[in-house]
Design a protein around this ligand. Structure first.
Ligand code: ACO
Length: 323
């Protein structure tokens, strides 16, 4: 059988770091409130010349360099984003052009904060289906562009950035010890739309709109949904929490991350947390966290890595892979 194996990883962050204290003059909030309720200490905010495509391109180039590959080696680009540069064409095609690729194909995928988990799963199916041998899977976001900067309930939570993986087809016996994507579980349920959405769009208002969220409501559902898909993924793979080397969750809120790990019985030292550095970067959060943990030597070849995300829609999902 074929497995989709991680060959390279990279990330990119906007130049500007915005600390919590900067919000104190803008809305009625404090560094202390933000840290206590979310764990966030800072986030990166894109300048006018930093876009979803430019950040995605930088992350893709870094991933290619770490894989020892060039754009010529890539067959497909799947970009997870909810903040495309234009309504169309797809930002993935823009990135393809920026990389100088005049072969293969590229498309965007939209599942908000779960986008990267959906994109990895999608890339895996293209690889297994034989339509692509090497895929750049990118999560890139400029959420700062869709924030209502006067709404303290949302503007303090999000940041901009990008992360990318190169996935490559590799022959496998299908064993748990073999490298590559082992199991995945995806869900969505549109009944929750009003709890987290953007109040604009091409076919409704003709505007981009702003992010709206009932934070407490999202929080209430998050831990249960996250742990459900993870348990389903564990069942598929025949593993338990003890078998996991690294838990790399979506970075929305440290309290959600801690509560999910605790409910699943995943030891604290196996949890990769970067929300303090990046805030919630939506589809970029999981690959950014993976990049940090791979770069500092925590995640090593052969480790069993669990990814998870939950976001607007609602959408949610989990992926288990052998690094
Ligand atoms: N500073 C100070 N006070 C604030 C702020 C702020 N930035 N934001 C809200 N408050 C106030 C509220 O107005 C409220 O005041 P009130 O009691 O007078 O009404 C009080 O703080 C408590 O508000 P809650 O919403 O109950 O606070 P909570 O502890 O739930 O924390 C938070 C809010 C951080 C938003 C939390 O609910 C959360 O993280 N929710 C989940 C977000 C999430 O996971 N999103 C994931 C998906 S994102 C995506 O898909 C795009």
């Amino acid at each position: 059988m074929i497995r989709s194996v991680v060959r390279g990883i990279g990330s990119a962050l906007p130049r500007r770091i915005m600390k919590n204290a900067e919000f104190e003059g803008m809305v009625d909030t404090s560094d202390e409130w933000i840290v206590q309720r979310t764990g966030i200490q800072q986030r990166h905010i894109a300048a006018d010349d930093e876009t979803t495509a430019s950040l995605g391109e930088s992350a893709a180039r870094a991933a290619l360099a770490s894989a020892g590959l060039t754009p010529d080696d890539i067959d497909l680009i799947v970009l997870a984003t909810s903040t495309p540069d234009n309504t169309f064409p797809a930002t993935a095609v823009n990135i393809q052009n920026r990389l100088g690729m005049q072969h293969g194909f590229a498309f965007d995928l939209q599942a908000v904060c779960s986008g990267f988990v959906y994109a990895v799963t999608t890339a895996d199916l293209y690889i297994k289906g034989g339509l692509a041998r090497r895929v750049l899977v990118i999560g890139s976001e400029t959420f700062s562009r869709i924030l209502d900067w006067s709404d303290r309930g949302t503007c303090v939570l999000f940041g901009d950035g990008a992360g990318a993986l190169v996935l490559e087809a590799e022959e496998s016996q299908g064993a748990l010890s073999d490298r590559g994507l082992i199991a995945a579980s995806l869900r969505s349920d549109g009944v929750h739309k009003e709890k987290l959405y953007v109040d604009g769009g091409p076919s409704t208002t003709g505007t981009v709109g702003h992010l709206r969220m009932e934070g407490r409501e999202v929080f209430k559902h998050a831990v249960g949904m996250i742990t459900d898909v993870i348990e389903e993924t564990f069942r598929q793979a025949g593993v338990t929490a003890d078998d996991i080397d690294w838990f790399v969750p979506h970075q929305a809120n440290k309290r959600i991350i801690d509560a999910s790990a605790k409910k699943l019985g995943i030891a604290e030292e196996k949890v990769v947390t970067t929300v303090q550095l990046h805030g919630n970067t939506s589809a970029a959060s999981v690959p950014l966290a993976l990049s940090v943990a791979a770069a500092d030597g925590r995640i090593k070849k052969g480790d069993l890595v669990l990814l998870e995300a939950m976001g607007g829609g609602f959408t949610w999902g989990a992926v288990l892979l052998r690094w």
